[in-house]
Design a protein around this ligand. Structure first.
Ligand SMILES: C[S@@+](CC[C@H](N)C(=O)[O-])C[C@H]1O[C@@H](n2cnc3c(N)ncnc32)[C@H](O)[C@@H]1O
Length: 366
């Protein structure tokens, strides 16, 4: 099987897949993501949602579809931040793993259920007091609002390919051998749209071919009638990824530690890659690309940290939970802005104006 097929089973198979069984984000989980650092990240995303809601003319129903919501931590922080768009908010956590969806209801006021397709349609078309939250493995089309994905694309199945400088490609397949699994090199073809991007990497270096992520972007942009798709992840260009020594872009994680070889113990660890932003751009050029540091600074992370410091100072002699939370913003901000860490993540935004049928046709017919 291809590496992408293998990875999809190793991460998502209902009975053995890492995310379907034991794996999750969080301090007590397998890796720390920005929402799991603390509530500050969610407070800033809430500001970005407000900005979008106002830009769209404050629609009475404002849909946010968070893909790969994991245990639902970002939604809880956004709810806690009480955004201005809250009264219009229909926030759907789309999560493939039912184990993780089962965690969404915890400490989330306004959670309405784990929905089937019909329930999702009703949820995103409903009008009335929000915020309302729901979960589903299924995402809707045709809404006004936001698609959000934090550290999803690095987890979508990818292949591993290289080129020889003369237009020929090879990929790593996964074969059964007596004592386990091993990589076998096989000739392969790549799509005309991705071949030039892959060929821009140094010949002979193995690189991730992220067709599922490209497909996901195309669908995400098509889902939104008016609004924005926001993707946050660790990313680089394909040539930069190819230059990482010893395929350093292909990583495994378990219990906050780097794991072993991705073919050892399938289902026992996370498998992830740096996201190739130039491959994503073949789906649709992003309207905006920034680092997480720039994105959070623009949204006023410094003000929130100063406010936290002030609140802590006021109550330092007899701190309550709120004062402790305020103080923790300082450390959270350091982690979220860190060079060589979360601060260097890329934030890609695709703004979707009123649907343009001609543009849709040209994108779909590429
Ligand atoms: C690295 S975790 C990120 C969790 C969360 N967004 C965070 O930042 O903490 C990726 C999550 O995406 C989920 N996932 C993977 N593919 C998905 C898909 N196609 N649709 C919805 N969820 C998906 C996985 O089950 C996993 O929970």
């Amino acid at each position: 099987m291809s590496f992408a097929q293998y990875m999809d089973i190793a991460l998502y198979d209902e009975s053995v897949g890492f995310y379907a069984t034991v794996g999750r984000a969080g301090r007590r989980g397998d890796f720390l993501t920005s929402p799991e650092v603390g509530p500050l990240f969610g407070a800033l995303i809430a500001r970005r949602l407000d900005e979008e809601w106002l830009a769209l003319g404050s629609p009475e129903t404002f849909v946010v579809v968070e893909f790969g919501a994991g245990p639902g931590t970002l939604a809880r922080s956004i709810a806690f931040a009480t955004p201005e768009c809250g009264s219009a908010l229909r926030y759907l956590m789309v999560e493939r793993s039912s184990e993780q969806r089962a965690l969404h209801a915890d400490h989330l006021e306004g959670w309405t259920g784990d929905l089937e397709a019909a329930g999702v349609e009703t949820f995103v078309r409903s009008v009335g007091p929000g915020p309302q939250f729901a979960s589903s493995p299924i995402a809707p089309y045709g809404f006004t609002g936001v698609v959000l994905a934090n550290e999803l694309l690095d987890n979508l199945a990818f292949d591993i390919v290289r080129h020889d400088g003369a237009g020929n490609f090879e990929r790593l397949d996964v074969h059964h051998v007596e004592d386990g699994l091993e990589f076998v090199v096989a000739p392969t073809e790549v799509s005309a749209s991705l071949a030039p991007v892959l060929s821009s990497a140094a010949a002979g270096e193995w690189i991730p071919l992220q067709e599922h992520a490209v497909q996901w972007i195309m669908e995400a942009v098509d889902r939104v009638e008016r609004g924005v798709v926001i993707v946050i992840d660790y990313g680089a260009t394909t040539p930069e990824i190819a230059a990482r020594p010893e395929m350093g872009w292909l990583r495994t994680f378990v219990g906050q530690e780097r794991g072993g070889h991705p073919l050892d113990a399938p289902g026992a660890c996370d498998i992830t890659t740096d996201v190739a932003i130039d491959q994503l751009a073949t789906a649709c050029e992003p309207s905006k690309t920034t680092t997480q540091r720039e994105f959070l600074q623009r949204l006023g992370i410094a003000d929130l940290v100063d406010e936290g410091r002030r609140r802590w100072t006021e109550k330092a002699s007899a701190p309550d939970v709120e004062a402790l939370r305020a103080r923790s913003r300082v450390g959270e901000a350091e982690a979220l802005l860190e060079s060589g860490g979360l601060g260097d993540f890329v934030v890609l935004e695709w703004t979707v104006e009123m649907r343009d049928e001609a543009a849709d046709r040209s994108r779909n017919g590429r």
